[in-house]
Design a protein around this ligand. Structure first.
Ligand code: DN4
Ligand code: BGC
Ligand code: ZN
Length: 361
């Protein structure tokens, strides 16, 4: 057992504390210290007690939270990593189902996988921990710096676009020039995942719109301008003209009302990716006409969760590319930096936040 300072919650009921805890030394051939840990909608959902799928590790009545981390290697007996390397730990750990066995625990088929900081495995918001080398992805691009903390949320986006690519191969989705030019993507929400989705949708060539019910701050606006993403504040502007059609919707809100409102703008062969989770969002009516609308247009609704090692690697490539193309702007994605011990950020989203992080010393 080791005594260590950590952020803990009790899953699934919620709450958050920074405290010294007694936990079994984590197994692994690489010792790590976090440099930065990010906080996302999932962490806040766990702390609020609104994610029923979260649970404490066996033998504990608490869970060390945190699944987004950029770490430095402090010791290693693995040939793959040396002291000083920067690494990102993988969140999901395989169970025994066929998908888990082929290295795709993100597509786990019996739910018996574990997720660090979420489901049955202590997470990364603690002073130090060990990991096996096969659970680590190395950050080779030293220019990335702190931006590498976005690898974990970005890997989800890469995986979701893989899902989109599979689905769109059902038909010719592209235009007559085999590009996505002229196609419209809508990203619902304006949190950090929504930004990363918008950037990748732009990269694909979509006319990309991001929507929320309130304005976004100056830094988020600069990012939208630099990437060419059109932000819509639906409290002030009409969403879309009558004849406007959407080809791809990615929802990061988990709000059924918003999802079905925009689904009614879908064009033929449209694809809706469900990504946001909010078990406490109110129900919304869906009519028979809505069902007819979806059937008659071949609309696909696909859920997408987590990602595999390959997506972490591709995520790092995208972050490096955007970091080069947009100068120092990617660094501005990290809008709020906190010290270990601060807990308010888990319950109150800071104004203008894209990504809040805890910087460990
Ligand atoms: P976040 O920052 O809480 O993002 C959610 C966004 O949705 C916020 O900007 C919300 O606005 C916005 N929103 C809520 N309701 C509406 C609405 N009716 N219309 C428009 N926008 C709305 O969280 P995140 O960006 O870190 O993650 C996004 C979601 O994905 C969370 O629910 C996570 O639990 C989930 N997630 C899933 C996976 C996965 O499937 C991975 C990571 C995250 P406001 O809060 O600014 O008002 O693997
Ligand atoms: C993590 C995923 C995880 C998901 C669970 C997300 O915040 O990035 O790796 O599978 O939460 O809903
Ligand atoms: Zn997350």
């Amino acid at each position: 057992m080791a005594k260590i300072n950590a952020y803990t919650t009790t899953a699934p009921s919620g709450g958050i504390k920074y405290q010294q805890v007694d936990i079994k030394e984590s197994p692994g051939n690489v010792s790590l210290k976090p440099l930065m840990t990010g906080i996302c909608g999932t962490d806040r959902g766990i702390v609020r007690g609104s994610l029923s799928f979260a649970y404490d590790p066996e033998g504990y009545d608490f869970l060390v939270i945190g699944h987004e981390s950029l770490c430095v290697v402090t010791d290693s007996s693995s040939p793959r990593f040396k002291k000083g390397d920067h690494v990102v730990p993988i969140v999901r750990r395989p169970g025994d189902c066929p998908n888990c066995r082929i290295g795709r625990p993100d597509n786990c088929s019996d739910g018996k996988k574990h997720e660090a900081g979420i489901t049955g495995l202590h997470g990364f918001m603690r002073e130090s921990f060990n990991e096996f080398d096969y659970n680590l992805v190395k950050v080779n691009d030293t220019d990335l710096g702190d931006v590498a903390v976005l690898t974990e949320p970005m890997k989800n986006v890469v995986k979701a676009f893989e899902v989109f690519d599979r689905v769109r191969s059902r038909f010719i989705f592209e235009n007559v020039y085999s590009t996505f030019d002229g196609k419209n993507a809508l990203i619902i929400g304006s949190g950090n995942e929504a930004f990363l989705y918008s950037f990748l949708a732009k990269d694909y060539g979509f006319n990309t719109h991001m929507i929320n019910r309130h304005p976004i701050g100056m830094v988020p606006t600069d990012l939208c301008e630099s990437f060419g993403v059109d932000f819509i504040d639906s409290s002030k502007e009409p969403d879309f003209p009558e004849d406007f059609k959407l080809d791809l919707i990615v929802d990061t809100s988990g709000d059924p009302e918003a999802i079905f409102r925009y689904l009614r703008k879908m064009s033929h062969n449209g694809v809706l990716i469900l990504f946001g989770t909010n078990g406490k969002a109110p129900a919304t009516p869906v009519s028979g006409e809505d069902i007819d609308f979806m059937v008659e247009r071949n609309i696909t609704i696909a859920g997408s969760v987590d990602a595999a090692e390959i997506h972490y690697l591709k995520a790092l490539d995208y972050l490096s590319k955007w970091n080069r193309l947009h100068g120092g702007l990617m660094k501005k994605m990290i809008t709020n930096v906190f010290q270990p011990g601060e807990v308010g950020l888990f319950t109150t989203k800071p104004e203008g936040e894209i990504k809040s992080v805890i910087k460990w010393n």
